[in-house]
Design a protein around this ligand. Structure first.
Ligand code: 7TS
Length: 404
């Protein structure tokens, strides 16, 4: 059982006021808030440890290196990767995907096929389009259905011996759909294709076991699960990462450099050029500790209760349309009310201290599918309460009266 009042004390930001009202933070799918336990690790890093890593014999550099590598091991254990060096630190999901797309540049030939889903965030669309332009590979799309899930029958018919890579999100950011990734991965493997799962939206809600899934690549951002911005990870199976060319050239990713020839370092350093976000990496590990101490089973059970409660309460508002209702989904509700523009609803909620996201949520193809400019998206976390949902519903009713 979650003691939400106790948990909320861990999050200083939840005490602040916005426009004279208590902040109600329902934009967790954009970024999650940071608990004191993680803030303290960040403060401690800059107060006691700050040094560059992997390069100094001095004490501070060694301690910072140890803390950074311990964080890598925490991430490895959390996702159950076979080896710590299969975890590559990146700046976040977007950079992880760009790293992969850049590597595949030399692995693809014209006519090779890539499969994407209709539910993707732009960061899992645009890098692949850029890659197709460079390589002559062809991008195919798994369509979505009206209820916001993937049309898996169509996926089966898109696969063939030319399919090289499939990239699908674990959870849709715009609708919260939990995609059947196990089935997608198993089916892809029968054709020898590899699968990248974008776990940005899954990681705050679901504890993923990459070996159990047998996924080839899995990416996420720390800031979605109570960690800082600007840091994330790429998991890849070691044999695939070894075969992938480096992303950026620079310091720390080499074995030797002469003007005639450079040889690259082994994993994970081959993909980690330059001074990384050292403090961010360490805080990523602390965020996983925090979430695991609460327990993902407990978190997802409580969030499911919040979702059910919010869905029921919102449905009582006349003219509301919830996109992706009844799905197997995380605690995300995307909706519109009548023909009110989502931006107007979001602005009025903001005046009442309530943070939601409005717009296309970097998933324009989903909005095009529903023929809407965007939605209001309320996304919940384990530190949200039923009372906050009541306040949002009342605020929405007031907003409708003002706008209609
Ligand atoms: N993939 C998915 C599924 C996402 O939801 C996001 C961010 C990204 C990739 C990109 O992550 P980043 O950390 O590299 O920026 N999603 C959102 C969102 O839904 N609202 O703001 C950011």
């Amino acid at each position: 059982m979650i003691d939400v009042n106790k948990i909320r004390k861990d999050f200083p930001i939840l005490k602040r006021k916005v426009n004279g009202q208590d902040l109600i933070y329902f934009d967790n799918a954009a970024t999650s808030q940071t608990p004191l336990q993680v803030i303290e690790v960040i403060t401690d890093y800059y107060s006691r440890l700050n040094a560059n890593i992997h390069r100094g014999v001095h004490q501070l550099s060694q301690e910072a290196t140890d803390a950074y590598e311990e964080a890598r091991i925490k991430i490895q254990k959390h996702f159950n990767a076979a080896e710590a060096y299969e975890i590559i630190f990146t700046a976040g999901t977007t950079e992880s995907i760009n790293l992969l797309a850049s590597g595949y540049n030399s692995l693809l030939k014209p006519g090779d096929e890539l499969i994407i889903s209709a539910l993707e965030h732009h960061s899992n669309i645009v890098p692949w389009q850029m890659l197709c332009e460079k390589t002559g590979a062809i991008l195919k799309v798994i369509p979505m259905t009206l209820n916001g899930s993937l049309d898996i029958e169509s996926y089966h018919s898109l696969l063939n011996s030319k399919t090289k890579l499939i990239f699908v999100n674990h959870v849709s950011n715009a609708l919260g759909t939990i995609n059947p990734i196990k089935e997608i991965i198993n089916e892809a493997h029968t054709y020898g294709a590899k699968v990248l799962i974008d776990g940005a939206q899954a990681c705050p809600h679901i504890k993923t076991d990459v070996q159990e899934l047998n996924v080839d690549y899995y990416v996420t951002s720390a800031h979605k699960l109570c960690g800082p911005t600007g840091v994330g990870m790429l998991y890849g199976k070691k044999e695939l990462l070894r075969a992938l060319p480096p992303y950026q050239g620079g310091g720390e990713m080499i074995a030797s450099v002469t003007f005639e020839k450079t040889t690259y370092a082994g994993l994970p350093h081959k993909f980690e050029a330059g001074t990384p976000n050292i403090c961010g990496g360490i805080a990523f590990g602390a965020a996983l500790d925090y979430m695991n101490n609460l327990g993902f089973d407990v978190i997802s059970k409580y969030e499911a209760e919040l979702l059910a409660y919010a869905t029921n309460s919102l449905k009582k508002i006349e003219g509301i349309k919830i996109y992706g209702e009844g799905l197997d989904k995380t605690a995300v509700i995307s909706f519109n009310i009548g023909d009110i523009h989502p931006y107007d609803l979001g602005s009025i909620l903001n005046q009442m201290g309530i943070a939601v996201r409005t717009g296309h949520h970097c998933a324009q193809p989903i909005m095009d599918f529903y023929e809407i400019p965007g939605t209001v998206r309320a996304s919940f976390s384990f530190y949200n309460t039923f009372e906050e949902i009541d306040i949002m519903v009342t605020a929405l009713k007031k907003a409708v009266l003002m706008l209609q």
